[in-house]
Design a protein around this ligand. Sequence first.
Ligand SMILES: Nc1ncnc2c1ncn2[C@@H]1O[C@H](COP(=O)(O)OP(=O)(O)OP(=O)(O)O)[C@@H](O)[C@H]1O
Ligand SMILES: [Mg+2]
Length: 375
Amino acid sequence: MDSSVALGRLELARPLMTRGSCLPEGGQSAHLNGCVPLSHQVAGHKYGVDKVGILQHPDGTVLKQLQPPPRGPREMQFYSMVCAEDHCDPCLVDLKTHLPKYYGMWSSPDAPTDLYLKLEDVTRRFQKPCIMDVKIGQKSYDPFASQEKREQQIRKYPLMEEIGFLVLGMRVYKVGSDSYDTYDQHYGRGLVKDTIKEGLSKFFYNGDILRKDAITASILKVQKVLQWFEGQSRFSFYASSLLFVYEGVCTPNHVSQTLRENPIAPEACEQNNNINQSLSTMYSLHKKGCGRSHYQAKQDNGVWSSSQQPNGNHSLARLEEDRKESKSEAGQETVSDVEVKMIDFAHVFTSDVPDQGYIYGLKNLLKVLHQILEE
Ligand SMILES: Nc1ncnc2c1ncn2[C@@H]1O[C@H](COP(=O)(O)OP(=O)(O)OP(=O)(O)O)[C@@H](O)[C@H]1O
Ligand SMILES: [Mg+2]
């Protein structure tokens, strides 16, 4: 395969280009015109630690510096294609709902050749956002990766193939201390099959209770992503993540619902403007069918037996039923609103088969979330 045609011929909307117009700051980010390192970044390269990182624009959007080719242009092409306003391709229209909003490319007047993707900050509407980045799939390297890169990625987390996801980082709001606990990539890499449930449950534990409302809402969102993946054979995603966000501030509804469902929750969870035009003509998209449900997942690698595989549709129906019940009991919505968005598309490629690795990872993630909920 030739990586230069990896995304096929993308039919792109011309990305919007905006210019920075903020006052310079001192120090390392002087040329960034008032944009500052994203304070709530939970994974990836970080300003201060690394040379590049995610920035926050004064208007609240997130700026991700374009990585060197082919990764950066590939990610830009992907956002441009999916988020183009004038397409009516049902597969992409559905996919777009799972991505942060894309506002085109951005650069600072002082460094016009440094290009950034301008994205919606998925955490923006939350008061105390609890955030988790989970890499999904059975392989963290793409089909064009060198042997060295493959080995490096496998060494980082040999369980990727078996578990199908990896917690890259998280931060969790603790109500008692009004502070955040943070967990970096080393925490996630330390989780094995026997500890993954407990490890993941930390994201939903606020120091007092397990936020079952947030788990339920997350499951519903992940199910929607799974539905999209089960109906498409156009793209393969490698080293891409799901970004989870829920509100750390507990309203009385959250608490009463959680306690009603799980009176011993505290104990139980204790252990628990000048866009480089050439970039926009680099790829093209092979138009392919993206019919829903034409594919049923068949793969069973023998690690998670078929009886252990979560039955997505059944669970979805049941959760939605629970959601309706709790709504009518309390007279209003009691299931938390969460965000679950797909991010990091530097290694997305066109394909003509379903993305089995990503589907496997989503199913196993759902299985673990269900197990946490049922405890
Ligand atoms: N749209 C967004 N809204 C809020 N936070 C975001 C958004 N995009 C990225 N982030 C934050 O930045 C982190 C890194 O994002 P991303 O994986 O896209 O960057 P990256 O530079 O590719 O990292 P790496 O290459 O090291 O994997 C995420 O874990 C998240 O905390
Ligand atoms: Mg990343």
